[in-house]
Each structure stands twice: as C-alpha cells, then as structure tokens.
Design a protein around this ligand. Structure first.
Ligand code: NAP
Ligand code: GFB
Length: 323
C-alpha cells in the first residue's frame, strides 16, 4: 500500500525523536510499530532552522505532511535553563509559532506538540494534573522555557476555536535514554551524572552530584515515551493536553538517580553532594490518571533496567555522542 499519511517529526535527531524512530523501526506490534499507510520523516536542524518562518514553510512545502509530531525545542537541564532564560523563551516561541502556522497554512490534519511537567505552577497542590497548566507562575529557574511551552496549549485552543484545527499536546516528565545530551554543564541530571560518574571512575577523581540530592522527579524512558507519543498521534482526540508519566509511586530522589548510575557503571569510589549548587524545583509530582484511563495496560520499563540500557548505550557510543 502506498503511504497516505506523511508524519513529520520535528526534532527527529534528539533524545525523543531518535526514540520515536527506534520504536517505528523496531516495534513489530500493530499498536506502536509502523503502519503500511504511514511515511515517517525525521527532521534535524540541518533540514532548516525552525526559528525562521520561511525555512519552516519550505520544509512543509517539501514533505507535505498530513500529521506533525512537534518535538523540536531549545532544551536543557536546570543549569542551562537558569543561564539562558530569554533564549529559552524566544527560541521556543519562534519555533512553536512557525511550526503551528506552517501546519495551519498547509492544512496538516493533526499536530501533537510536546510540553514538559516543569511548565506547571511551582506553588501548587499535588499530584499535578492537566487542568493546572496556567494556574500560576512556574518555578523561577525555568520561567523562560515554561512560558514558551505553555503558549503551545494556548495556540492549540486558539487554532481549534477559530478554525477547528486538531492541534494538541502531551506533557512528559523528565526523559532519558539513548541519544541523550551528555554535556557536563547543560544536560539534564541523568545524562550529566552518567558522564560525571564515568569520568570519576576513569580518572579516579571524586563523583560530585550538584545540590542536596533531595529533590524528587518522575523519570520516563525515552522508548516508553516514544510509544506513548505514537499512540497520541494516532488515537488521542482531545485538544487539552495529556500527561505522559510513570505513576506517582515511581517518583525517585536525585540521590536515587546517582545510586542507580553508580550501580550501572560499577563505580566503587565515594561520592559527594555540592550543596552550593542549585536544587531547582523540589518536586513536580504529576498524575498519570488520565493516561491510565486511555491505556490501563501500558507497561513502563523499570527505572533500573532503563538506566542500565542507557548507560550501556553511553559506553558503546562515548566517542560520537553529544557531550
Ligand atoms: P534534544 O535531544 O535536545 O533534541 C532537540 C531537537 O530539536 C533536536 O532534534 C534538534 O535538532 C531540534 N532543534 C532544536 N532547535 C532547533 C531549531 N532551531 N530548528 C530545528 N530543529 C531544532 O531534546 P529532547 O530531550 O529530545 O526534547 C524533545 C522534546 O521533549 C522537546 O520539546 C522538549 O521540550 C521535550 N521534553 C524533554 C524532556 C527531557 O527531559 N529531555 C522533558 C520534558 C519534555 P539538532 O539535533 O539538529 O540540533
Ligand atoms: O534534569 P534536571 O536538570 O532538571 O535535574 P529539572 C535537576 C536536579 O538534579 C536538581 C540535580 O535538583 C539538581 O540539583 N543535579 C545533580 C543535577 N547533579 C546535576 C547535574 O550534574 N546536572 C543537572 N542538570 N542537575 C529541568 C528544567 O528541570 O527539567 C527544564 O529546568 C526541563 O526546563 C527539564 O523541563 C525536563 O527537572 O530540575
């Protein structure tokens, strides 16, 4: 059968985009694997800078997508977010405006965009749910990124209410997996600590974890998240967002993360906490009750198994990976 759907994945070279590509190419199930009527196109920034409206429109004219999975964004961990608040706000506003407007102008049938649980208000009740996105200011450490991302939900409702378009969004918690960014300064905690622990073991130096180790996070393995995004693109019909997360009971501390990495890398030295460094938001515990209503049987990869697979990928690809 020749493809009737062309699915354009922005950010196709990133952590999440590569995981979507992996699932599409490797999962043989009807639910998550590739369908015969689908053609998947994975974009990188080399295909065009999505901050540029003309470059974005040229990509849409070239591939003529019927569906868009919009993952591209300026992304980074706590310390990068603290340093570049304006860039996070502006770049993400430009990328999102261009991708949604090119989708509108070229009559894309459905767009699923990506938010993040750090967009929710800092001062909130727990667990956080999908109705709370705009209920108050986000944590100050990432207000640029958070406001840029929140506007995706505003755009989705405006395109729907004025023009009936089916643009929606999903809200993942902290993600990790193969093809992550392992920058020591700018990465998220799990890849940054993997790289730091690897260097500590190699150079026989201390493994230093930033902050107190006490903050809590829900982590989702990129390949689990990829399956959920594929489901959203095919099945999810609401304009309102859906949280893509493991359960509240699977929340772990940053110390738990460091312990899992120490175990996966078989690091036997001492490690310490540099409490002069920021902790960021204490927690952002999210409910996956809405997701569970749609997919009660979805199985998440256990955290330790996913960390082990990710660390093995890191070791196998050390020379070429982003760092
Ligand atoms: P990533 O690994 O840094 O990948 C970012 C992707 O966006 C890359 O493919 C990059 O292309 C592309 N990109 C960035 N700026 C671009 C531009 N100006 N023009 C065109 N493409 C551009 O990030 P990720 O972790 O996969 O993030 C994917 C999505 O998940 C994002 O929307 C992010 O906000 C969201 N998210 C991530 C996390 C997390 O913990 N990682 C948590 C919640 C939500 P190049 O590779 O060519 O540079
Ligand atoms: O992954 P991370 O940067 O994201 O984790 P957030 C930050 C937590 O890990 C803080 C501790 O408690 C840090 O003190 N941590 C310990 C480290 N060592 C390190 C390290 O070497 N690198 C990093 N990065 N953290 C980000 C947001 O928040 O989450 C973004 O700022 C984004 O906007 C992302 O949405 C998902 O969960 O704190």
């Amino acid at each position: 059968m020749s493809p009737q759907k062309v699915i354009l994945v922005t950010g196709g070279s990133g952590l999440v985009g590569k995981a979507v590509q992996w699932v599409i190419e490797n999962d043989t199930s009807e639910q998550f694997g590739k369908h015969a009527d689908e053609e998947w196109v994975f974009l990188t920034s080399k295909d065009g800078d999505l901050r540029d409206a003309a470059a974005t429109r040229a990509i849409f004219d070239k591939y003529k997508p019927t569906h868009v999975l919009h993952l591209a964004a300026m992304v980074g961990g706590l310390f990068k977010n603290m340093k570049y608040k304006l860039d996070f706000l502006r770049d993400n506003m430009l990328i999102n405006d261009n991708v949604l407007h090119a989708s509108f102008e070229t009559n894309v049938q459905k767009v699923v965009s990506c938010l993040s649980t750090c967009v929710f208000p800092d001062n909130t009740s727990y667990p956080i749910d999908e109705t709370m996105v705009h209920n108050g200011p986000p944590h100050e450490s990432n207000f640029g990124y958070a406001h840029g991302k929140r506007m995706l939900d505003v755009y989705n409702h405006a395109y729907h209410e004025q023009y009936g378009r089916q643009y929606t969004s999903a809200i993942p918690t902290n993600v990790f997996g193969p093809y992550d960014n392992y920058s020591l300064e700018d990465a998220h905690v799990l890849p940054a600590l993997t790289h730091k622990c690897y260097l500590a073991k190699k150079n026989n130096t201390p493994f230093v974890v930033s902050g107190t180790g006490k903050p809590l996070r829900q982590f989702i393995y990129s390949r689990d998240l990829a399956r959920l995004f594929i489901w959203c693109l095919r099945e999810y019909q609401e304009i309102d967002p859906i949280i893509l997360s493991v359960g509240e009971e699977d929340e772990v501390s940053i110390k738990d993360v460091a312990d899992a990495i120490v175990k996966a890398l078989d690091f036997t030295g001492e490690y310490t906490f540099d409490t002069s460094k920021a902790d960021g938001q204490y927690k952002k515990t999210a409910s996956n009750a809405k997701l569970r209503k749609y997919l009660p049987d979805f199985k998440f990869t256990p955290f330790d198994v996913a960390v082990k697979e990710s660390v093995e990928w890191f070791l196998d690809n050390y020379e070429s990976l982003r760092k």
